[in-house]
Design a protein around this ligand. Structure first.
Ligand SMILES: [Zn+2]
Length: 321
């Protein structure tokens, strides 16, 4: 167990650190066409690195859920969502609990973390952007940092949320709502995604798409894999074109991977869903999945491709309208 004094100090420090990272820059007054992301909505490698290093720290104990390290990670993500300007699921609650969507695993509680940028047209529905924050915890007395799987995706949805919130501060809200979900207990059988789909913040019937980010920090040959391409071609090709505009080569991921992450649960519930994947390496779920091995500049490009796609609501060719 971590030193109590250190843990308390870190818990106090996290919100300040997160606020400094993701607080919106003072926004210019001029309005911007909604199809264009304002320049202030850029994502940096430094913010991604800081989130991954925080989530991969020894204090997080490998982020097992249920467990104290997983709980600490959920608090970190909730504070980051709040600092980014996302609204909590529980508008009357206090941070961080207002962002939690809790469910039971055995006798213990696990948290999804849910934050929203509400659109201005309820009939336009929502897009869900998700990543699991949990890891596999500790084994034989040492913790697994779970940096690529999946502090990478968690950091990227925090950065995407902050960028899109800055955009909304400048140009006003989009028509559709954006729901950001950091899932718990993915490693136990996609349990957080199952709980969300049983208790969605926006009805799944009006959820137009779900994009899942999992293990997206260490690509092979700088290539992004889109798992689900053959099922959801329009959504996939929109994301591919956005990636290529950022200099990222995107290809169809292996169909055999489909059931191995959270998007499969949303697809089962009828929501067009894909998984953005770097490369599944042998060292995930080991002590060697460390923050220093991630390619943060590449992650910036993928995150920007994602935010630009989301910003236009996947309307580039009318495919998802
Ligand atoms: Zn994973």
């Amino acid at each position: 167990m971590p030193n109590r004094h250190l843990l308390g100090a870190a818990l106090g420090a996290i919100p300040l650190m997160v606020i400094a990272l993701v607080a919106p820059a003072r926004a210019p007054v001029a309005s911007t066409p909604k199809e264009q992301l304002p320049a202030s909505a850029g994502v940096t490698a430094e913010e991604l690195r800081i989130h991954v290093e925080a989530l991969g720290d020894a204090m997080m104990l490998g982020r097992d859920t249920p467990g104290p390290g997983g709980d600490l990670a959920a608090r970190y993500v909730a504070n980051a969502f709040a600092a980014a300007g996302l609204r909590p699921a529980d508008e009357d609650g206090t941070v961080p609990e207002a962002y939690f969507q809790s469910f039971a695993v055995g006798e213990l509680e696990v948290k999804n973390v849910v934050g929203v940028l509400w659109g201005d047209d309820p009939s336009a529905g929502a897009i869900v952007v998700g990543a699991h924050y949990d890891g596999v915890g500790s084994r034989h007395g040492s913790f697994m940092p779970a940096a690529d799987d999946n502090a990478s995706g968690t950091a990227m949805i925090i950065a995407a949320a902050a960028a899109l919130a800055r955009s909304a501060a400048v140009a006003g809200p989009l028509e559709h709502s954006l729901v950001f979900v950091a899932f718990g207990s993915e490693e136990d059988g996609l349990l957080g995604a199952r709980h969300y789909c049983d208790h969605p913040l926006v009805p799944l019937s009006t959820t137009r798409a779900m994009v899942n980010l999992d293990t997206v920090g260490r690509p092979r040959t700088e290539t992004l894999q889109i798992v689900g391409w053959s099922r959801y071609r329009e959504l996939s090709s929109l994301l591919q074109r956005a990636a290529e505009a950022e200099g990222v080569n995107a290809v169809a991921g292996s169909r055999s991977l489909w059931r191995r992450s959270d998007q499969a649960v949303f697809a089962d519930a009828g929501v067009p869903s894909v998984w953005l994947l770097g490369h599944l390496r042998d060292d995930i779920h080991s002590r060697d999945d460390t923050p220093d091995r991630l390619d943060y500049e590449w992650m910036v490009r993928v995150t920007q491709a994602l935010t630009k796609s989301i910003h236009t609501g996947f309307r580039a060719d009318g495919g998802q309208e």
